[in-house]
Design a protein. Structure first.
Length: 109
């Protein structure tokens, strides 16, 4: 083999070791699943939970509510929506981790 071919093979082996050592593939999978879960939770929040909140809170379209203090405008409705999204995502992550950790504990016994 010539020197260039050996360098390419060395680089490829080094790159594969990097992927294994830092578990990059697992991180990429987690990122994709996290993105999909975020879209799912956002849809659940916007299509299921927010209409219920809208009925409970009078005034109609509260998600577009703006609080104006002098020259400043605060998107209060959007903030509340994002807080509810965060709470749902945090709850789902908590339940998944709790389930996985419980499975690990069961397997080790």
């Amino acid at each position: 083999m010539d020197e260039i071919t050996q360098q390419k093979m060395s680089f490829t082996a080094e790159f594969l070791d990097f992927l294994k050592k830092y578990q990059v593939i697992g991180l990429a999978v987690a990122f994709v699943i996290g993105s999909a879960a975020t879209k799912l939770v956002t849809g659940l929040t916007n299509d299921t939970i927010m209409p219920i909140v809208t009925v409970i809170i009078p005034g109609g379209s509260w998600q577009t509510a703006i609080l104006e203090i002098g020259p400043f405008k605060f998107l209060i409705g959007d903030l509340i929506s994002q807080i509810i999204n965060f709470i749902i995502i945090a709850l789902v992550v908590f339940l998944i981790v709790k389930f996985v950790m419980n499975e690990d504990a069961t397997i080790k016994r």
